[in-house]
Design a protein around this ligand. Sequence first.
Ligand SMILES: [Cu+2]
Length: 399
Amino acid sequence: MSDHDKLNDLPSRRTVLLGAATSAGAIIATSEALRASTAVPPQAAGAGPAGLINVADEVTTPDLSQLPRVKQVLVAPPMLPAHEQVATDEPKIIEVTMTVEEKLVTIDPDNGGTIWAFTYNGSLPGPMIVCHEGDYVELTLVNPETNMLEHNIDFHASTGALGGGGLTHVLPGEEVVLRWKAIKPGVFVYHCAPGGEMIPYHVCHGMSGAVMVLPRDGLKDAAGNPLRYDQAVYIGEQEFYLPKDANGDYVQYESAGEDYSDSLDAMRGLIPTHVVFNGAVGALTGDNVITSAVGKTVLIIHAQANRDTRPHLIGGHGEYVWESGSFSDAPQTGFETWFIRDGSAGAAMYTFKQPGLYAYLNHNLIEAVLLGATAHFQVDGTWNNDLMEQVAKPRPIRA
Ligand SMILES: [Cu+2]
């Protein structure tokens, strides 16, 4: 099929959204499947929780009118929003806004790999939300009229209603407001989950992010001693399955959703073309290197919504690791490589002891080196020969 034919075969946005039966591409078929499979009305929030399947008739409504409200300004990874490690006040309602942007993103600058990504606030992955246990997160999720597809959000940090997925379906031109209480401290994934095949399609187009729920009194080791960080870094690992043409070149598409059928075919093979940190090969290396210094303690939050990964800091260690992401549990210590299960986030803390370049990567080295899952830390400081010294430079072998 030529590009021209492809375009002519694309359904209009309205028919896509309504799932109308037309001559149609795969998106329409899936949109219909979506409506049938989710069994959750898109406007559930407007009708109240009772509009959902299997929700109790009786609703307990708390009085939150006395709680302070704070707007959290979200930022793109690897940054985190400004936050306190130890809460200095009582629980509050944290207001955040995320706008869905469907946008053409370059995943692989060297080889022409692009994707019409689905993003929260335009970044891959979506921005991190930070709160404390007992706070409420109140999200306004905006799906602008200019978008093509329906989206929602499933917060693994939340409790009930498909993680909010059942209450947050928004069509282009709609917004929805969801509030959930952070009762579980830890780091967690969030992701889009519109239903059926659209779930992996959206997640594998970048639509995931992370939440950090800190204990009110901050992080602690197994003995209860405080653990504090000087800097926090948010690594969102995502894998992509970019369709290729008969020549092995990445296919370029004209609009969001046009790659639907090709993408599902590529995903069924379970072999990603790219495994990257923060949206692109090289997003955290070279000019984008993360800087630190000897003596600084860094907390690295690593999220992966769809695939297992094995973070490793070359030249350093996971001194404290919350491998499951739960801050209810004491961190384990002394990891060489740790494991992040798909659909979860974990956190590791390390204090730099030696200057130089550190690679932080997925220690499946094929994924790190050939597919992109590598970040770099450039650490300033004074070299300590007690820890390591090149005793003799490379020289001819002596007899
Ligand atoms: Cu989505």
